[in-house]
Design a protein around this ligand. Sequence first.
Ligand code: ERO
Length: 309
Amino acid sequence: MLETNFANNLFKNPFMNASGVHCMTVEEMDQLAKSEAGAFITKSATIAQRKGNPKPRYRSLDLGSINSMGLPNEGIDYYLDYALQKQEEQDVPIFFSIAGMSPDENIQMLEKIEKSSFKGITELNLSCPNVPGKPQAAYDFEATDAILARIFAFFKKPLGIKLPPYFDLAHFDAMADVLNKYPLTYINSINSVGNGLFIDTDKEQVVIKPKNGFGGIGGEYVKPTALANVRAFYTRLNPSIQIIGTGGITSGRDAFEHLLCGASMLQVGTQLQKEGVPVFDRLSRELKEIMTEKGYDHIEQFRGKLKEM
Ligand code: ERO
């Protein structure tokens, strides 16, 4: 009932983790591989291992989360070695996330992936909001165009990009014009809403240490923004570019809404952090219940078919 076609593969359901959550170590990734998730993605990698920002750098909130992790990761070789080994054990592809600190670092990592025997899907994260001094790359349309031109001159494996949220129709138009020039497999909208500020009123204090308390917001707070981004790109991108919907998925109903907007796969970050891997079982069950109530037996019967008034 929840089978999903994505990047020419059939997944048992559209649910996966959002990169960064429950995917830093081999142990966590193995748990995802064994879970009810339809697929999983690795933590965004840089060439060298990184410790990330000082703690506390993540806070769970009633309506979501705030984080300023600062791209802690074990380095690309750790994740690539794991993916090369794991891909032999499973019949669906692994999603592999990279987030270089510069265009050259991204090119270097993509060259490595291209030359390797990796058979999965690569996600280029152009939207990390939390590295001090490094603006989110995909807010610069010309720089995004330039890096994609460099990449597609040599990279032949399936590639998606993780985007930050946009808030203006002119920006959706401009970014879609850039993306439509390239043979992207997918876009993933949205990364966390960058540089929010959560305050503990009792203590009159911020709740995370890095960047004076500023951090990426996820969870229920961001669902309307996430849905708008999925919908805006679904109605602007070439149909060959699929969409992963990420942002505010806490229930089967939220998942249904992302699918109605046109998403093909669905990533769960904040709620996975709160609930652990059993979340995938619950979301699958709840999505099936809604589909049954509405008389749908396949996602394709309603995917993208949001009605206007
Ligand atoms: O701080 C991070 O490691 C991080 N947090 C996010 O919310 N999104 C990211 O893309 C990211 C780093 C790549």
